[in-house]
Design a binder for this molecule. Structure first.
Ligand code: AMP
Ligand code: ZN
Length: 502
């Protein structure tokens, strides 16, 4: 087995062999949600991707400190650093609640959703509003080091100075400082306090109507959005740490500005490896709530959305996410979800089969034994290659075909050793549950067998079809109503009748 983990580093734009700063330990910071509304499925994709990375690092034996923050202040509308209204304040005004009530409500909702998707909690989940003193201290350090200036109570980062001295600005996003300067000129009116249009606010003086405000040496105001992640990652992981992650859309300006702030305060850039997940698309377009092109997880589970024909379970959706590499875009369509649902069931059923299949080898390891060992090694190798979940799944499915052939008697287990058979079961268990984080919804029925329920449901559906063919509508409706009362919904369509749990 190739035991070297390689990770694509967005900073170097290359796959690199992962070497933690402290052997055996990994410090990982991931930008968490802005808790001003319910998480959409795009957010979930990013957190599921990092969950798999977290799980795999632990599987490799690393002691991981995983920090994922909660943004509850400073993230302004339109992701601009001046002029836009704070997303939380705006929501608080609209819902007539305290900003902290908004933050709490949507943090609870976010945690619930993470539990539903079986995403492990991070080790530390710091909130921006809980770290105002640390952020003020960082602003002061940046000022003391000459990388920022005060204008009318706000503090701006001197981007040009950082770019000239470090040569780092734009490295993550590929943006050029000269382009940023000319791009921002149109906007100059709003930014007249800045020395240079590419500068960004790290402390913002609050307008009288702004409700989230704190005392600082410069004004009563609030921190810039990018500052929280610099301050909290430094506090919990140190000035330099191993991995920093987030969605692709955060590369600029959020992460680019984080790098600048860390450099400005301590003279070094924060993370060695930057990992960026690609976007979830809905029918080919980026999923985004502000554009109305989004689907909420609850809608996906219930099927209550114009974009889908039926509901999908959380684990079928998690499996759907695993089928695409985290650096590729993932397009959510009804057909792709249906295929994922089938794939998920097939995988779980193969594991269940493996558990009950009697060992039929003759104890002597031959070619078949060697093939299985190679397949197991290839599953690991694919994960070591920048967490390639779709390829690791494809390798597992090669084994699934063999397991089904053993079960059906098309091939025998001859030439398989007992040790390899045991290792196969362990590999399935480890990958399905510990690394991919799937849960066995298929076997979660009362009699531990989805197959049994599905079989019974098809029997009932067939009997109801007969009843309907005889035009006995009362009996057909009775069957549907009784099922509904126990939480099973029948949906009649062109292709026949489908059943799902309510
Ligand atoms: P936000 O709540 O907007 O701060 O975003 C939380 C996380 O979700 C960030 O890491 C974003 O990059 C990520 N994100 C936002 N939209 C999408 C999307 N359509 N697909 C994948 N990740 C997303
Ligand atoms: Zn962040």
């Amino acid at each position: 087995m190739n035991s070297e983990l390689k990770i694509y580093n967005s900073l170097s734009k290359e796959k690199e062999v992962f070497q933690p700063i402290v052997p055996g330990r990994v410090g990982m910071y991931v930008c968490g949600p802005t808790v001003y509304s319910n998480v959409h499925l795009g957010n979930c994709r990013t957190f599921v991707s990092f969950d798999i990375i977290y799980r795999y690092l632990q599987f490799l034996g690393y002691k991981v400190r995983y920090v994922r923050n909660i943004t509850d202040v400073g993230h302004l509308e339109g992701d601009v650093d001046t002029g836009g209204e704070d997303k939380l304040s705006k929501r608080a005004r609209l819902e007539q609640l305290e900003p902290m009530e908004i933050a709490h409500k949507y943090t609870v909702g976010f945690h619930d959703m993470m539990r539903i998707f079986n995403v492990l909690p991070p080790n530390i989940e710091p909130r921006a509003t809980g770290h105002i003193p640390e952020q003020i201290e960082m602003v002061q350090q940046i000022l003391d080091n000459g990388y920022a200036y005060v204008a009318n109570g706000s503090v701006y980062f001197d981007t040009l100075k950082f770019a000239e001295e470090s040569g780092h600005y734009g490295q993550l996003s590929g943006r050029k400082i000269e382009e940023l300067i000319s791009e921002s000129r149109d906007n100059l009116k709003k930014q007249d306090e800045k020395r240079n249009p590419a500068d960004f606010a790290i402390w913002i003086k609050a307008d009288p109507e702004h409700i989230m405000r704190w005392n600082s040496p410069w004004s009563v105001g609030f921190p810039g959005w990018h500052l929280e992640c610099s301050a909290m990652s430094t506090k919990y992981l140190g000035k330099t740490f191993d991995i920093h992650g987030g969605g692709n859309d955060l590369k600029f300006p959020h992460h680019e500005n984080e790098v600048a702030q860390n450099y400005g305060s301590c003279g070094c850039t924060p993370a060695h490896t930057w990992i960026h997940c690609n976007m979830l698309l809905l029918n080919g377009k980026k999923m985004s709530k502000s554009d109305g092109n989004s689907i909420m997880p609850e809608e996906l589970f219930s099927g209550n959305s114009a974009h889908i024909t039926k509901g999908y379970s959380p684990m079928a959706v998690r499996f759907f996410m695993l089928q695409t590499h985290y650096r590729s875009t993932l397009d959510l369509t009804d057909e792709a979800l249906q295929a994922a649902e089938k794939g998920y069931r097939r995988l779980m059923e193969a594991y269940a089969t493996l558990l009950v299949l009697p060992f039929g080898g003759n104890g002597e390891a031959t070619a078949q034994d060697q093939e299985i060992r190679e397949s197991i090694a290839s599953v690991h190798n694919e994960m070591n290659d920048d967490f390639n979940t779709p390829k690791a799944l494809a390798r597992l499915f090669e084994i699934v075909s063999r397991v089904n052939s053993w079960k059906g008697g098309q091939i025998s287990m001859e030439g398989l050793s007992e040790a390899t058979f045991a290792e196969l079961k362990t590999t399935f268990h480890t990958f399905l549950f510990d690394i991919f984080g799937l849960q066995d919804e298929v076997a979660a029925g009362s009699d531990n067998s989805f197959k049994t329920i599905d079989g019974l449901m098809h029997l009932i559906i067939d009997m109801r079809a007969d009843v309907r063919a005889r035009k006995d509508w009362a009996a057909a409706d009775k069957i549907r109503d009784v099922l509904k009362a126990v939480g099973i919904v029948l949906k009649d369509g062109k292709e026949g009748t489908e059943w799902s749990k309510e």
